[in-house]
Design a protein around this ligand. Sequence first.
Ligand SMILES: [Ca+2]
Ligand SMILES: [Ca+2]
Length: 404
Amino acid sequence: MKSLPIALGLFTAIAASWAGSAQAQGYNTLTGAAPLVIGHRGASGYRPEHTLESYRLAIELGADFIEPDLVMTSDGHLIARHEPMLGGTTNVASVFGADRMSTKLVDGVSTTDYFASDFTLAEIKTLRAIQPNPGRPQEFNGLYEIPTLGEIISLAQAQSAATGRQVGIYPEVKHSTFHDQIFGERVFENKLVSTLHASYGNTGSAPVFIQSFEVGNLQYLNTLTDIRLVQLVDANDVNPDGSLDPSAPYGAPYDVVAAGGTLTFAQMLTEPGLGFIKTYADGIGPWKPYLVKTVADGIDRDGDGVITIKDRRVDGSTGVIEAAHAAGLLVHAYTFRNDASGYGFADPREEMAYYMTLGVDGVFTDFPDTGVAAVASIPEPGTLALWLAGLGVVGAVARRRSQV
Ligand SMILES: [Ca+2]
Ligand SMILES: [Ca+2]
């Protein structure tokens, strides 16, 4: 069968040229892989956020990752809530009396509420989640428990096994400085890492990203784990000219502010700032207006008779995606919603597709099905080229064997 290696060699040459052109046409992500769809608080556009049912639906809709925000209970358990306050997203006020409320400083802001850190896990398990957004489905209010990190990991791993599709988790350390003040320095991060290592091992190949808006805790985590870390980057608002409004408390990492530092989020997205982030993190998670400039020029582009953020003129990349990739950092942008915040876009699928075409490595979205549709709509490596590239690999292996 002397002709087989020759035939395979010919295919290898063809495949190499096809693979080359496929790469040129492929995704503009850091690695060339398809952008990730991250189910923000689960499928929070459809179910009360941060419940197992919200995460389960996100997985059903095709999310690659589910995103639990984490806070700590009085007895040291990590549970999923967007805030340490329970009042906005649970029925706590109808279960416990006002005597269980307290006033605490959250990132410098005096806040009176029911705090997770004043309740045991057993108490929190008596609560049920509610939908805080009046424009979203209300019929699931009062049905679902508040899940622990352990329960979320179990769900992701069980669904990965059941579907044969790896579903990752993307936990966020909420308000690290706040939790340090209540529980002691890095108690939260230590608990998070020990839980993750027990389930996934200490490896950068785990289907896990840890995210935070603070810096010191990510630097600390970098000494503790090889699990991938993502620096979140916030701002207060977008100005009419497309620049970002850095007003407190959203313009700088709170641990930096608390320590009297001057580093701002905007500085962190400059070339030197990205180089600094690269010393401890694997990616950035910026608010999307940092990536695409949109200008409020008063034109009613979608023709509905009112001027909204959707009408803004889209002026293209700010250069942050390209600079982050040049620094070797992934870019996961937030938050894409069918029912809000489409700066410069009336159609949320087109909005996400625009960012994906520029090269974002992932999108946080409350509507994972729209994210999946966006990925499907952008140019991808051709299946013929992949097939030929695969044949090329077979050919290369066959040739190596023939030389032995
Ligand atoms: Ca989050
Ligand atoms: Ca309009």
